[in-house]
Design a protein around this ligand. Structure first.
Ligand SMILES: Cc1cc2nc3c(=O)[nH]c(=O)nc-3n(C[C@H](O)[C@H](O)[C@H](O)COP(=O)(O)O)c2cc1C
Length: 204
């Protein structure tokens, strides 16, 4: 099948998020200027540069995470492992601004090292970030859309060493959870390796 996006998909549910999948989940913790703390999952999340290390998440609308981050220009991205799936999902509750999703979901906020935002004590890894840009994307006609993209530079990295095997983050231990389409999630159960080809060795 093919459809022009603007004509609609004529399927029971929009397939787009099932096609752009699996998506890593950034579990974004932040603090407001007055000290309230916030936690929410964002699957419009990724790393966009390594030197410096920049990561981004995108909020569809001006949600609490964006509001807090605009105030303090810092946030942390916590890793969601399979054992934290239910708690992660609980933190997506549409709680009134100022209500801590840490408390709502029974998670433990602990201080970050370099930034004021809290981190999730139960998470196996956390990236501490300082905001570099809060970007307002546009559609192809140049009209602003409701999404707000927050980009942050990673300034600190926490790793629970129990997920390391020979110094490498072991996916079978970290069991990162990703977002698929519809109401579906996946966690990593199998990995395989490939090495990038070198043109000089290809014989062409
Ligand atoms: C796994 C998962 C991924 C999500 N990803 C996004 C996302 O990328 N962008 C977004 O705007 N909302 C996303 N949501 C919904 C937000 O988590 C939800 O609206 C939440 O209440 C926002 O919290 P906040 O207002 O405290 O920032 C996601 C929810 C779940 C469960």
């Amino acid at each position: 099948m093919f459809y022009r996006y603007e004509d609609g998909h004529r399927l029971p549910h929009d397939p787009l998020k099932a096609i752009v999948a699996p998506r890593p989940i950034g579990w974004i913790s932040s603090r407001s200027r007055e000290g309230k703390i916030n936690l929410a999952p964002y699957s419009f999340f990724n790393m966009i540069s390594t030197r410096p290390c920049l990561i981004m998440f995108s909020s569809e609308g001006h949600k609490d995470s964006v509001a807090f981050i605009e105030e303090t220009r810092e946030f942390a991205a916590n890793l969601v492992s399979a054992n934290l799936s239910v708690a992660m999902n609980a933190t997506s509750v549409n709680a009134p601004r100022g209500v801590s999703e840490f408390e709502y979901s029974g998670l433990t906020p602990v201080d970050c090292t370099l930034i004021a935002a809290p981190r999730v004590a139960e998470a196996f890894a956390t990236l501490e970030c300082v905001v570099t840009e809060i970007h307002k994307p546009k559609d192809r006609h140049g009209n602003p859309v409701s999404a707000i993209m927050v980009i942050g530079e990673v300034v600190g990295v926490h790793i629970d060493e129990t997920i390391l095997t020979n110094g490498l983050v072991d996916m079978t231990k970290a069991q990162p959870v990703s977002r698929l389409g519809y109401m579906d999630f996946a966690s990593v159960s199998e990995t395989f390796q490939m090495f990038r080809p070198k043109w000089e060795e290809s014989g062409r």
